[in-house]
Design a binder for this molecule. Structure first.
Ligand SMILES: NC(=O)C1=CN([C@@H]2O[C@H](COP(=O)(O)OP(=O)(O)OC[C@H]3O[C@@H](n4cnc5c(N)ncnc54)[C@H](OP(=O)(O)O)[C@@H]3O)[C@@H](O)[C@H]2O)C=CC1
Ligand SMILES: O=C(O)C1=N[C@H](C(=O)O)C[C@H](O)C1
Length: 278
């Protein structure tokens, strides 16, 4: 029987690396109920989401690729709190998934990166019109929020900065959503970084990385053996200041994901970044 104190949660991308962690975290959260586990991968259809996530007992929630019927089912569940969809899928899929969720009044909590600025703007206006909360969080780890805060502070004193992000080689998008967000935060300080003092020639295209807002350079490394890592390196005559964050296990993201599921219910529009809900 439905429990009106529980938050009904749909996990989209439930068979993926992040989706499995989220299934486990939601199943163990006392105030949440896993209602649906969506994934398009053919080999996982019909499998129990809990068993796939490594839980000892089945959750009796099968993996299915039927997002819209699931959104409709949860939207119609009047005995519970409003529903939340957590999305960890693919840059090509996330925009449509979020539009669909908002159309059903289901609040999206989005970890998937790779949305374009235009897509984010469009989703913000769609959420606004529907008065529906939506959270876009490029990085759910508290350590990254602290790194970004330290980087913003340092950027007041340093005029030269480059970002290196390092990820596993199954990652679809580059640069990472976190690196883009970090560069945006530094760019908002209102100055131009990295004024060139010589004319540079790239003998191999891309050797100097990509140039984000206000001259900030981002370099992307992809290797098996990595999970998710980022360095922000500031330079000035005679000194280097390096900030680094390393993720060694995807469980690092789960406190942030659970917080976002709870917080999104209090919102009426789209909010971007974990730091805004801490
Ligand atoms: N915000 C954050 O803190 C973090 C964000 N991420 C981001 O999350 C996303 C997922 O990462 P990760 O778990 O490593 O990726 P995975 O490839 O391991 O998992 C994604 C899963 O989603 C499935 N999928 C693809 N399209 C759809 C769709 N339309 N509907 C439902 N399921 C779909 C995939 O199936 P198939 O394999 O068959 O395509 C796969 O099973 C990435 O964008 C990544 O950058 C990752 C870590 C932390
Ligand atoms: O793909 C990943 O793994 C990650 N993606 C996010 C990003 O693009 O910033 C967050 C974290 O870096 C892990």
């Amino acid at each position: 029987m439905a429990n009106q104190n529980l938050i009904p949660v749909i996990v989209s991308g439930a068979a993926g690396k992040m989706g499995r962690e989220v299934v486990k975290a939601v199943a163990q959260a006392p105030d949440m109920s896993l209602m649906g586990a969506i994934d398009t991968s053919p080999e996982h259809q019909g499998k129990d989401a809990g068993e796939l996530a490594g839980l000892s007992e089945p959750l009796e929630v099968p993996i299915t690729n039927q997002l819209e019927p699931m959104l409709g089912y949860v939207a119609g569940e009047r005995q519970m709190q409003p529903g939340v969809m957590v999305d960890f899928t693919h840059p090509d899929a996330v925009y449509d998934n979020v539009r669909s969720a908002i159309a059903y009044g289901i609040r999206p909590v989005v970890g998937t990166t790779g949305l374009s600025p235009e897509q984010i703007e469009d989703l913000a206006s769609f959420a606004d019109k529907a008065s529906t909360g939506c959270l876009l969080i490029p990085n759910f780890s508290i350590g990254m929020v602290l790194l970004q805060q330290a980087a913003v502070t340092a950027s007041q004193y340093f005029d030269h900065v480059e970002i290196i992000e390092l990820h596993h080689n199954q990652k679809a998008d580059a640069p990472s959503g976190t690196a883009i967000q970090t560069a945006q935060m530094l760019a908002e300080m209102g100055k131009t970084f990295n004024s060139a003092i010589v004319k540079e020639t790239e003998k191999l295209p891309g050797a100097r990385g990509s140039v984000a807002d206000e001259g900030i350079r981002i370099h992307s490394i992809r290797l098996p053996g990595l999970i998710a890592h980022q360095e922000v390196i500031f330079g000035a005559p005679g000194q280097i200041y390096t900030l680094r964050h390393d993720t060694s296990d995807r469980s690092a993201y789960m406190p942030g994901v659970l917080l976002a599921i709870r917080k999104v219910l209090q919102l009426k529009s789209l909010v971007y970044g974990l730091e805004k809900i801490l």
